[in-house]
Design a protein around this ligand. Structure first.
Ligand SMILES: [Zn+2]
Ligand SMILES: [Zn+2]
Length: 684
């Protein structure tokens, strides 16, 4: 027997797997081994075992080590599928499913033996100790060892759990509504579903009950959430109902915590994995259910290679394992609306209606706040204000010569951040001093255009006498900053939560009575076919945060495009109307879900090599039914010129294969050696 090993290297030039002799330690598909590779030693994953190799036996090298933790074979196969599906390499895809680094922390546990206590002479303290077993030995180790010598107790080392801290709420199981019961009956029967429930309609209770039935059937569960910090309620409700059988996987865990949670899932000690997109790779055996909460959320798309979409990976993993798939949202994506059978939750659980939404026309207005917005904010005790633009001003220019301040690395405007007193690029992180005068003509008249969260925060603090809590990437960078800020807002008797789209995600603050969207069309202006979908979701989600309590609520939307279909539909809470129109538009333009998009970006320091490589890719990327667009220039980013080719695929698999081989050929051609390539299947 030999082992076929995929060495974990990032280069695109190697195509494994490679044959190795079997080591002494047992290996199976999914074993992680250390192998000599050329002059270096690399980790590799065993992807197959075979009877023989084309290599002569004396040339087969034995792996130098086998890691104790292995990847489930099911995930090895999923990674191989992912490498093809996202035109990446098996090594890069496998690196996503690897056990995290670390080792178990062993702790001493004591438990009773089956020797009866009758006739034993025991002190009260000893009886008390015995009654409390099994338990961690802790500072009772001496006493327990004495009982061990009498054959009453065994003390053994077991892997302990470095448990992540979390605020666990009390469980509040509620009688399901008729609609929830209908949804659960459908899920029981198996298959994949879209759970379309208005905000506050009790989607989480459906997830919890579906998870409980999976556990009863002896199956495991994966629950995907957009971001743990922004959806603490969902996580803590799972913990409250299922306790330690829930493992939470997220980026803020320490290495030890992450290792322990992974190990608990791999060993079956924990049966429910909750986490953001990478939790789709959780080593849950006998998977029975995958939940994708807030399935419209853009964070499910991974921006590194492979550029996977956790929603598609979840669907594929469910298909391969026979697990049920339940994707939920108040504002589903057109893809899911068309592709999955619908389960509907049309009413909020407390019977409260969705808040009325009023659209305020901002055309011709010079001030960031409409008078009506000002009045409503002054009257509200608690409100949420969304402005999808951080910083103070988003654009600086000279009134005399017209010079605009741009990033030297990227061709985009620099944003003024007054708190740190810098101009910053939101794409590459470049920072420079705020100009006192124009360095082109010497004029002192430097104009600031546009208002970001920082400036609006300043204005709101001046105008209102409630505390303002600002939540955006600038205030959220520290660990736990987001959950702390949200907890303070929740606890405050009065306050205003201001921020970027982060404020519109799944929070539940019952005493918020007012929601405001400033510059609702800022997302509409993006040159992107998803601009309408994003704008609709943002307004509808923010509206869902207001009026959850007994005092009701209302929503104001400031826009200079009051007639835009996305804004109009959101103001009527008309999800199905919006999606019907959006699907018709996409069908006419051949956009997803009516065609698959594949985007290739070629990058280099100078424009000419990137353009030439993109032209070579465009010439070779065609497949039957595909439409190839480009090369088209993109704005310069991080000092690199960029050209993109977009393929609208009629048939997905051959189109991906054609693009992958076109890119591979161009990447190997010495003429394009200065060029880097990035392939994005289903770009967001
Ligand atoms: Zn000037
Ligand atoms: Zn930049």
């Amino acid at each position: 027997m030999i082992a076929r090993v995929e060495p974990l290297t990032t280069t695109r030039r190697l195509s494994g797997p490679f044959d190795y002799a079997l080591p002494e330690a047992p290996v199976e598909v999914g074993s992680v081994v250390r192998v000599a590779f050329g002059r270096q030693a690399l980790d590799g994953v065993v992807v197959a075992l075979a009877d023989s190799s084309e290599l002569p036996a004396e040339r087969l090298v034995v792996p130098s080590a086998v890691r104790e933790e292995s990847v489930p074979a099911e995930l090895v196969a999923l990674a191989q599928w992912m490498a093809r599906e996202y035109a990446s390499t098996p090594a890069r895809a496998l690196s996503l499913v690897l056990p995290p680094p670390g080792r178990p922390r062993m702790r001493l546990w004591a438990q009773r033996t089956d020797r009866p206590l009758d006739g034993e002479r025991l002190t009260d303290h000893q009886r008390e100790l015995l009654a409390g077993l099994p338990a961690l030995a802790g500072d009772q180790l001496g006493a327990l060892r004495r009982l061990e010598r009498r054959g009453l107790v065994t003390v053994l080392a077991r892997a302990g759990r470095r448990a992540p801290l979390s605020r666990v709420l009390a469980d509040r199981p509620v009688e399901p509504t008729a609609e929830q019961r209908q949804a659960l009956t459908a899920v029981e029967e198996g298959g994949s579903y879209l759970l379309h429930g208005v905000t506050g309609s009790g989607k989480t209770e459906v997830y919890l009950r579906a998870a409980a039935s999976a556990l009863e059937r002896g199956e495991g569960v994966i629950v995907l959430v957009p971001e743990i910090a922004l959806t603490p309620q969902t996580v803590s409700r799972f913990q409250a109902r299922f306790g330690d059988t829930v493992a939470v996987l997220h980026s803020a865990l320490s290495e030890g915590e992450r290792y322990d949670e992974w190990r608990r899932l791999r060993s079956g000690e924990a049966r429910i994995a909750v986490g953001p997109r990478s939790a789709v790779f959780a080593p849950v055996a006998d998977l029975g259910l995958i939940v994708v909460d807030e399935e419209h959320d853009a964070s499910y798309k991974h921006e590194g290679d492979p550029r996977y979409d956790a929603r598609r990976v979840a669907a594929e993993r469910a298909r391969r394992t026979g697990a049920r798939l339940l994707a939920g949202s108040a504002t589903p994506r057109p893809e899911s609306w068309r592709g999955l059978p619908h389960l509907r939750l049309t009413e909020r659980v407390n019977g409260r209606r969705l808040p009325p939404v009023k659209v305020l026309d901002m055309r011709g207005s010079r001030h960031p706040l409409h008078p009506e917005t000002r009045g409503a904010l002054a009257a509200a005790r608690k409100s949420i204000v969304l402005l999808n633009r951080r910083g103070w001003s988003n654009f600086l220019s000279c009134r005399d010569c017209g010079k605009a301040w741009e990033c030297p690395q990227c061709d985009v405007a620099l944003v003024l951040h007054r708190a740190q007193d810098v101009l910053a690029c939101h794409h590459c992180g470049h920072r420079e001093a705020v100009p006192g005068r124009c360095d082109a003509c010497g004029s002192l008249a430097v104009a600031r255009h546009g208002a970001g969260t920082e400036r609006v925060e300043h204005e709101l603090r001046e105008a209102l006498d409630v505390p303002v809590f600002r939540l955006d990437a600038d205030t959220a960078s520290a660990k736990d900053a987001v959950s702390e800020l949200l907890a303070r807002f929740d606890a405050a008797p009065a306050g205003l939560l201001l921020g970027t789209q982060m404020v519109a995600k799944g929070h539940d603050f019952p005493d918020v009575t007012l929601g405001v969207v400033l510059d609702a069309d800022s997302t509409l202006r993006f040159p992107d076919f998803r601009a309408e979908e994003r704008t609709f979701a943002l307004i509808a989600q923010l509206a869902g945060r207001a009026g959850r309590g007994p005092r009701g609520g209302s929503v104001l939307v400031q826009t200079s495009s009051p007639d835009a279909p996305a804004i109009e539909a959101a103001s009527r809470h008309d999800t199905s109307g919006f999606l019907a129109g959006e699907l018709a538009r996409r069908e006419a333009l051949r956009y997803p879900p009516f065609a698959d998009l594949i985007r290739v970006v070629c990058l280099s320091a100078d424009a000419a090599p990137a353009r030439a490589a993109a032209a070579a890719v465009a010439a070779a990327a065609g497949a039957e039914g595909s439409e190839v667009l480009g090369p088209a220039p993109l704005f310069r980013l991080r000092g690199r010129e960029r050209f993109q080719v977009v393929v609208k695929a009629g048939r997905r698999e051959p189109a991906i294969a054609a693009v992958a081989s076109a890119v591979e050929r161009a990447a190997r051609d010495r003429a394009h050696r200065q060029v880097a390539f990035s392939v994005d299947v289903d770009p967001q």
